[in-house]
Design a protein around this ligand. Structure first.
Ligand SMILES: Cc1cc2nc3c(=O)[nH]c(=O)nc-3n(C[C@H](O)[C@H](O)[C@H](O)COP(=O)(O)OP(=O)(O)OC[C@H]3O[C@@H](n4cnc5c(N)ncnc54)[C@H](O)[C@@H]3O)c2cc1C
Length: 374
């Protein structure tokens, strides 16, 4: 590939795609290339439930959550699949647990359910929901995005489209006289080397391209190749995330999202039937980042069933499927936004820690700021 791009973005998950869109919107004259190791949707983003309940355990996480809300509202004009839907949100909290949740929420607080709301929840989840040492609470509606469509719409600013025509020319796509904007699939970056024009990116098949600045958003792939030294030095580890598909309760389009706070799980209604996605935190650390090598194991299923049995004993469900993905976690569970060791003008933005979809706008903006492109 000849010519030097102003910016190369490595990774076309939600973080990389958001960085591409923000860079194109804020620097209309900049030439941008996005590369991904396999096909566009080969990372964790496409498996995400893409729920946003704006919250954070630390002040920095809350600041990123707040900023992401604003940026996503701005980006939704380009990518309507962001914030595509919303769900009324309810919580099962241990007695005395509301203050801690309030401390985490951004611009919101939980309120006790009124008798009508409690009865409606019991009608869906069984009579024991919120009983025995727990209570039922509600918060503002959670937004839910459509991850694959959002990525495609954000990458629409690249214009040229992926081989096979995955991406049409998006609303922000340049016309023939605009700056060069390319998407290259199957470009697994193995090395990044300083060169006269900035950086040379070398792929595992020997293909090369050059860019003045590099924003690497490789998700859990940060523990490999040219990102590994920085990610390992900062203590990054991979962890599995599991979301089961369930069928249970009465069908209906206005079913709520239910957060089971203490076991760090939630139930998200899907469609207008009686299907749910049930997200549960797996205890499986240091798992492989490649999708094909990842599978749910009996321990995940046992944990998922035990949480349901304890918190929602009257909710009769049938497990109908499962999706798994890997995410990168830093020791403080905050995203990693940092210069790449030994490379001026190259940064790393990863470490979604199970919240990377909702935090992606602020992660991408923070990385662009390190490159002087915010
Ligand atoms: C089941 C599940 C449910 C989830 N639910 C939620 C949720 O409700 N809300 C929420 O906020 N988050 C959720 N998450 C987490 C969220 O999906 C992730 O944090 C987020 O998608 C990570 O995005 P990313 O762009 O960092 O990485 P990814 O989407 O994994 O993308 C990484 C990209 O980098 C590329 N790449 C990697 N290495 C290289 C290389 N060497 N060369 C070239 N390209 C490379 C890959 O090809 C890929 O394109 C969930 C995750 C899972 C698995």
């Amino acid at each position: 590939m000849s010519g030097t791009y102003d910016l190369a973005v490595v990774g076309t998950g939600i973080v990389g795609a958001t960085a591409v869109a923000l860079a194109a919107l804020r620097h209309p004259g900049a030439s941008v290339v996005a590369v991904c190791a396999g096909a566009v949707h080969d990372g964790s983003t496409v498996r995400s439930l893409a729920v946003d309940i704006p919250a954070g355990r630390t002040e920095r996480q809350r600041a990123l959550a707040r900023r992401s809300l604003d940026l996503r509202a701005e980006l939704a004009a380009l990518a309507p699949a962001l914030n595509a839907g919303s769900r009324p949100s309810y919580w099962v909290l241990p007695d005395g647990g509301a203050a801690a949740v309030d401390g985490r929420l951004v611009g919101d607080a939980v309120r006790p359910c009124d008798p009508g709301q409690g009865a409606a929840l019991r009608a869906v989840f069984g009579g024991a929901v919120g009983a025995a040492g727990t209570g039922l609470w509600r918060s503002a509606a959670a937004t839910v995005s459509e991850p694959a469509a959002a990525v495609e719409q954000l990458l629409g600013v690249l214009g040229g489209g992926a081989p096979g025509g995955l991406l049409g020319a998006g609303p922000g796509a340049p016309d023939g006289d605009g700056p060069r904007r390319d998407l290259v699939e199957g470009f697994a970056v193995r090395r990044i080397e300083p060169c006269a024009d900035g950086h040379r990116l070398v792929a595992s098949d020997g293909a090369e391209l050059t860019a003045r600045r590099v924003l690497a958003a490789p998700g859990a792939g940060a523990l490999h190749g040219p990102f590994a030294a920085t990610a390992e030095r900062l203590g990054a580890r991979t962890k599995k995330i599991v979301a089961y598909r369930l069928r249970g309760g009465e069908p209906g389009g206005d079913r709520p999202l239910l957060v089971l706070d203490e076991p760090d799980a939630f139930l998200l209604p899907v469609g207008s039937g009686s299907d749910w996605c049930y997200s549960i935190t797996s205890a499986d650390w240091d798992c492989p980042s490649e999708r094909g090598r990842l599978a749910p194991d009996p321990a995940d299923r046992k944990l998922a069933e035990a949480v349901l049995a304890e918190q929602l004993p009257g909710f009769r469900t049938e497990f109908t499927g499962c999706r798994t993905g890997t995410d990168l976690y830093l020791p403080d569970f905050a995203p990693l936004i940092a210069p790449l060791d030994g490379l001026d003008g190259a940064v790393l933005a990863t470490g979604g820690a199970g919240s990377g979809f909702r935090l992606a706008p602020a992660m991408a903006e923070g990385a662009l700021a390190l490159l002087g492109l915010a």
